[in-house]
Design a protein around this ligand. Structure first.
Ligand SMILES: Nc1ncnc2c1ncn2[C@@H]1O[C@H](COP(=O)(O)OP(=O)(O)OP(=O)(O)O)[C@@H](O)[C@H]1O
Ligand SMILES: [Mg+2]
Length: 336
């Protein structure tokens, strides 16, 4: 969805709603491979048109292998993400009759790769990635900026999701910055996240929902730092401890879009995916990738300088990047 279009608050809510419904009712375009039953095999080489592929075809497995390689090659310092996201998506796609939509929630502090990974994922699923008409991205600041219009937003959001899922059950919905979402708004989509949502014979269990937020980031950072103090690997972080702690943190935080949310209460999130804070050597890897991408010479001195220019925490030990890799691109220009 183009931010600022149908869901953006306008002076005429009825018009906004009409636009929503009209957009939702648009016919499936050929660019939505997933929608048409075909699967994008790798980010570049998608299969076009309706696919007669059986559920366990090699092509679908090829998709997951491509995603796995891309994550392994391009996403640094997030082995837990790879371990969780790839099997989750693979299993979901292999199942022709999923019991419920795939619902994942990405948590972590800024610049750790949440948006990067979600974009990569939709690139593998849909031709055109984020630009696909079957990928719907929401940002509270863009789409739901005014608290006093909460009821209107609820109505719009529900219609938008219902309309688009009726049009194409294989759609993806990305909710960015969940921590800035008005509490109470997101619960309006609860019926779409569970196992029982079938309307007019349409099965809405094939959709993917991804929530993204910084909420829980401090908790993740603290647990990772504790491991470092205990001379353990960051990857040894206990998911059994972390996942309930993140859920509790977002549920109990009045600033969070998940505050007292039924989505948490009813355990509708299938995978809580923590993004760990990045260390100095991860930042260096980001700098190298960026230099290569920009066609610039990779000089070790520059790589070191750019990585050194980023703030690290905690204050004394300076172990983890405070901004992950987020500012790498903008900083590189200062060194050339
Ligand atoms: N783990 C990572 N591996 C490789 N590159 C990364 C990683 N994390 C971030 N980057 C780089 O930094 C940029 C910004 O990251 P991204 O937008 O995904 O951060 P974020 O976690 O969504 O942050 P925010 O919470 O502020 O939205 C990416 O486009 C990518 O170039
Ligand atoms: Mg982001």
């Amino acid at each position: 969805m183009a931010p600022g279009t149908a869901l953006s608050p306008g002076p005429a809510p009825a018009l906004a709603l009409a636009l929503l419904l009209a957009a939702a009712a648009r016919p499936a375009a050929a660019s939505g491979l997933w929608a048409l039953g075909g699967w994008a095999v790798g980010a570049g080489g998608g299969q076009r048109g309706r696919s007669p592929l059986p559920a366990f075809s090699k092509r679908r497995l090829g998709f997951a292998a491509g995603l796995e390689c891309d994550l392994a090659t391009n996403v640094v310092g997030q082995p837990l993400v790879r371990q969780q996201v790839v099997p989750a998506v693979r299993e979901f796609l292999q199942n022709p009759h999923p019991a419920k939509p795939l619902v994942m929630s990405f948590h972590g502090s800024t610049g750790t790769g949440k948006t990067y990974v979600s974009s990569m994922l939709v690139r593998y699923l849909f031709q055109g990635g984020l630009q696909s008409p079957y990928v719907h991205q929401f940002s509270p600041i863009v789409h739901f900026p005014h608290a006093e219009r909460l009821e209107q937003y609820k109505e719009n959001l529900k219609h938008w999701i219902q309309g688009n899922l009726t049009n194409c059950g294989r759609s993806a919905f990305l909710f960015e910055e969940m921590d800035k979402m008005h509490p109470g708004l997101i619960d309006v989509i609860m019926p779409f996240l569970g196992p029982s949502w079938v309307v007019y014979g349409t099965n809405y269990r094939k959709a993917i929902f991804i929530f993204i937020s910084n909420a829980g980031g401090e908790l993740i950072n603290k647990m990772t730092l504790d491991l470092w103090h205990a001379h353990k690997d960051r990857e040894e972080i206990s998911m059994q401890d972390l996942v309930p702690a993140i859920s509790k943190a977002v549920f109990e935080n009045p600033q969070s879009g998940f505050w007292k949310s039924g989505i948490i209460n009813d355990s509708l999130i299938d995978f809580v995916v923590p993004f760990l804070p990045l260390k100095h050597h991860h930042v260096k890897q980001c700098v190298i990738s960026e230099l290569v991408q920009q066609g610039l010479e990779v000089r070790p001195g520059i790589v070191q300088e750019v990585a050194d220019s980023i703030p690290y925490f905690p204050e004394e030990e300076k172990i983890f990047s405070s901004t992950g890799c987020k500012t790498v691109t903008s900083r590189i220009s200062f060194f050339f």
